[in-house]
Design a protein around this ligand. Sequence first.
Ligand SMILES: C[S@@+](CC[C@H](N)C(=O)[O-])C[C@H]1O[C@@H](n2cnc3c(N)ncnc32)[C@H](O)[C@@H]1O
Length: 314
Amino acid sequence: MEAEEYFSKDFEWEDLKSEIENDPSFQYHLLPFDPSSSSAIRPPEEESNAWRKFHSRHYTGKFFKERRYLLKEFPELVSCGKGSRVLEVGCGNGSTALPILRGNENVTLYACDCSSEALEYAREMVDASNVASFQHRFHPFVFDFSLSSFPDWLFCSPCRKTSLGQSFPSDIKEAGRTLTGVPSKETSCCLGGLDFVTLIFTLSAIPLHMMPSALMKCFSVLKPGGFLLFRDYGLFDMTMLRFELDKRVGFCEYMRSDGTRSYFFSLETVRDLFVRAGFIEVELDYCCIKSLNRKKGKSMRRVWVHGKFQKPPL
Ligand SMILES: C[S@@+](CC[C@H](N)C(=O)[O-])C[C@H]1O[C@@H](n2cnc3c(N)ncnc32)[C@H](O)[C@@H]1O
């Protein structure tokens, strides 16, 4: 799909909503959900295990598709100046990481995922791009953002340099473990934080009840005035309507047969989650695109949520 297609609004979300609400075959998606009836409440570690297994099974890059449209949606990733630091949370095999690295040579990109296999593949994709500077600007590390706080070395570069020496731990597993002896983010030299956090189709991958604390962690790792750039599945997206009743594990929440889950966001839910975490809303809208499945000759209505949120400046 060409980058421009992602910007057009091919249909109105309100029209899709009323169509779905009036179609009896979709009614089960809209019914209130009784949480006690859900067999899908699992210990938090099992949530990320499902994703680890997913990446082990698909360790071929089949799912790699560079998100070329990303820099048009988030031009600040291109215009930001020297020394800008970006964290991509849930980077998978690097679909978002690679365009960010390509788009601006000033950017240092930290990228985490709960799956070391996904990170190894992301590293391979970056290495295969054959741009020497990418290797110095790309720092993947294993991390589960629904369980732990971000490691201290992410918060402040002077602190990181003094505690780890000049070189950044490049080994994926080494970087993922908790580093000790690092000055805390509260120390006086440290304003703390990254310029940008990107959450691209990652928040929907964790259970709704874990999202508030995961977002607070993203908030904490940003510097004052820094931005969180968000893109994810929107309510009534075609892939939501395809889920059958037995895959429904919450209101707007579904679990695939492989145990990975997907949440479909309304603008209200996104606004509520981000504002409660302390963010200021800068941009928030549905992106409604008709795309053609050439094989089946079918038109599909895709809905994504595009959001830009700021940590209040000092
Ligand atoms: C749908 S993929 C999106 C990947 C990437 N952001 C992109 O633009 O293609 C969701 C990713 O989130 C990762 N993930 C799921 N739960 C996570 C967690 N609790 N902590 C870190 N990563 C997680 C998964 O392993 C997967 O790679």
